[in-house]
Design a protein around this ligand. Sequence first.
Ligand code: AMP
Length: 217
Amino acid sequence: MNIILLGPPGAGKGTQAARLVEERNMVQLSTGDMLRAAKSSGTEMGNMVAGVMDRGELVTDEIVIGLIEEQLTTADAAGGFIFDGFPRTLAQADALGVLLDKVGKTLDTVVEMRVDDSALVKRITGRFTCGNCGAGYHEEFKKPRVDGVCDECGKSDFKKRADDNEESLKTRLMAYYKETSPLLGYYYAKGQLQSVDGLASIEGVAGSIAGALDTVS
Ligand code: AMP
């Protein structure tokens, strides 16, 4: 099954995608993760997009479509793909349709995770991860058991995303409303859109997503 998780920054797409990877053997294709990897390893493309990402603006369609094409043609996804943070523009959505056709795959459903803006600001500005193992935390909702020490790997190497600050978040939200939210209408018109309440607990949201996927499996 190939699905898109659609929602504003901080809606919980990455958290839910990670669960689907565990539970359903799916492959997560997060363009944000791919771009951050390019940025931190200092590739030519990574250096080119660093400033754009830190400000919270969108990287060009050409770059992200290229990243997705590379994965779609090389990754082995028995359980299917989860598109997380892609597509973000109508041009990307059209390109995804063309790419899926080219590799003989179909898009099964699009799950919108609905969350209101005030919750997003709180979720995003408080989140941090372990720089060693990648475990995710939050200053208010999910503190490590021992202050400053990762529950999973025991290291004290926490970091925040460069764009998880109020200034960049404003730009990211604006980009979501201007460029990405039209995709809701796009996929609704194709009969592929389902919506879940992204404000519920992680378990609750996972249950709603499972229900949405059951309708198409
Ligand atoms: P994310 O981790 O999905 O929040 O993405 C982090 C940043 O990477 C975004 O604010 C954009 O600068 C860039 N980015 C990720 N995915 C895309 C995309 N599909 N189109 C354009 N820019 C993207």
